[in-house]
Design a binder for this molecule. Structure first.
Ligand SMILES: Cc1cc2nc3c(=O)[nH]c(=O)nc-3n(C[C@H](O)[C@H](O)[C@H](O)COP(=O)(O)OP(=O)(O)OC[C@H]3O[C@@H](n4cnc5c(N)ncnc54)[C@H](O)[C@@H]3O)c2cc1C
Length: 453
């Protein structure tokens, strides 16, 4: 008999299961893939990455998500450990081999003596027993209905989109070149495809004219999430928008001409072998045949073979600021916690971070104590505060972790020093919180050692 039932084996559910299991708690992890899939997943592996393979910036001094990486590593995160183990080159970002990463998470949980993985779809919220719901943006409709009935509220919804992936050997490297923007990282982590002005204008026109996938009835009137907006929607905002977004040419120089291009399409390595590359920021709802035709007009991609084409899906999340307490418990039924993107955080790392907190909160409660929420001056605390109380419930929207969620600094700091001051304060706060909660201070864990290597 499990002590905690986790529903959903994605980024959040897997991390929550690991945290509980490592604390000595017996976990039942119910994952429906294996019986039934979602519109975006392709495998049965736990913690599958459905779109980009990037965990975004790994810079803990100047970037809020990089700071979140560091805090999760300090708390023994499985997602970060496997992310570090399966890292692929991506400049200052942490990008991973998606198959190796998910296989690593699946193996670790399968091998853990305190975890039982059950392939089943759960259709209603359990009446009793400690539960963590981590079913993500594509929660099965039956369970979503049960959540709606229990909370008395309709779920909110918006769209996320998938970018296409190209086989590396189909890219014409006599036209494209390796370089990271401003030569960051190893200086050559991205493949760049240059466009002249007339090619760019024709491409933008093609995006606007191209035939799009029709929305299904249940998807209409759903707004886009700004961070994952389809490229054709960006293009519709003005002819220059893409040149200042995913097609920006700045910080890149074509080694053949010695000059910059008018616009640049970038591809980022998608697997450890380096055989698959995704087109950065090119999530789209163009029809598949239209995508193939249009993307092959990009210089260097004339012969591109696509491992996966772009797509678009709906997301669901609850009004957490109204429904959840500071321990991620459903106020109306406190034996149930929510974790991951369904709480209204956004992104792989944030979802795993909320799973980590839900797992730790549940473990402490089972042991008869209470874990104080991390202070809002930390990245974990800032994210948690946004979800459980920092936002107006009526206008609540999914959010990536960012410095705007942190309490302002005391006194004035110059812009250039502000981020360093915020991350320095966060490190101090985390150390104090860990000490007060009797959690061992951050040590050079295996994943930190991998990250540092
Ligand atoms: C199309 C799309 C593209 C995205 N692109 C990105 C991106 O590029 N970068 C990024 O950072 N984030 C992206 N996201 C957001 C991303 O999904 C989340 O950040 C992350 O996967 C959420 O983690 P999670 O654990 O909350 O949910 P998930 O990882 O989706 O895990 C939820 C799990 O619950 C299972 N499940 C659902 N219902 C049930 C049920 N009733 N019973 C049992 N199991 C169930 C699902 O099969 C799934 O495995 C994207 C989301 C979508 C939908």
């Amino acid at each position: 008999m499990a002590d905690v039932h986790i529903i959903g084996g994605g980024l959040a559910g897997s991390e929550a299961a690991w945290q509980l299991a490592e604390a000595g708690v017996q976990v039942r992890l119910s994952e429906m893939r294996g019986v039934e899939s979602t519109p975006a997943h392709h495998t049965d592996s736990l913690a599958e990455l459905v779109c980009s393979n990037s965990f975004r910036s790994d810079d803990a001094d100047n970037n809020a998500v990089g700071l979140l990486h560091a805090e999760m590593r300090a708390l023994g995160s499985l997602i970060m450990r496997e992310g570090d183990r399966h890292k692929v080159p991506a400049g200052s970002a942490l990008a991973v081999d998606r198959d190796g990463f998910s296989a690593g998470v699946t193996e670790a949980l399968t091998a853990h003596p305190n975890v039982t993985i059950v392939r089943e779809r759960v259709d209603s919220l359990p009446e009793d027993g400690a539960t963590i719901v981590a079913t993500g943006p594509l929660t099965a409709a039956s369970l979503a209905a049960s959540i709606g009935a229990t909370t008395g509220l309709d779920s909110l919804a918006f769209f996320d989109a998938i970018a296409p992936i190209v086989h590396r050997d189909s890219i014409d490297m006599d036209v494209a070149w390796f370089q990271s923007r401003w030569d960051k990282g190893d200086g050559h982590d991205y493949i760049n495809c240059p466009l002249e002005k007339d090619q760019y204008l024709a491409f933008v026109a093609g995006l606007l004219d191209g035939e799009k996938t029709e929305f299904r009835e249940w998807e209409t009137n759903t707004p886009y999430f700004e961070g994952c907006m389809p490229i054709e929607v960006m293009a519709s905002r003005g002819v220059e928008t893409l040149r200042h977004g995913p097609m920006k040419p700045f910080g890149l120089r074509n080694p053949r001409t010695g000059k910059g291009a008018y616009a640049v399409v970038q591809l980022r390595q998608d697997n450890a072998l380096g055989t698959l590359w995704n087109i950065v920021g090119f999530q789209t709802k163009l029809k598949h045949a239209e995508q193939v035709r249009l993307f092959r007009t990009i210089p260097g991609l004339e012969g591109a073979e696509f491992a996966r084409l772009g797509g678009l899906h709906r997301n669901t999340f609850i009004r957490s600021p109204e429904l959840l307490d500071a321990q991620l418990r459903l106020k109306a039924r406190p034996h149930i916690r929510f974790a991951g993107q369904i709480t209204g955080c956004e992104g792989y790392v944030e979802s795993a971070a909320v799973g980590l907190l839900a797992g730790r909160f549940a473990a402490a409660e089972l042991m008869g104590s209470e874990l104080a929420p991390p202070p809002p001056t930390t990245a974990l605390g800032a994210l948690l505060s946004h979800i459980t109380g920092g936002a107006e419930a009526d206008s609540y929207q999914p959010m990536n972790v960012n410095f705007g969620l942190f309490p302002p600094l005391d006194g004035k700091a110059k812009k250039a020093e502000r981020k360093l001051a915020l991350t320095g304060r966060a490190r101090q706060s985390l150390s104090e919180w860990l000490a007060a909660q009797d959690i061992p201070a951050p040590q050079a864990s295996e994943s930190q050692a991998i990250a540092a290597a």
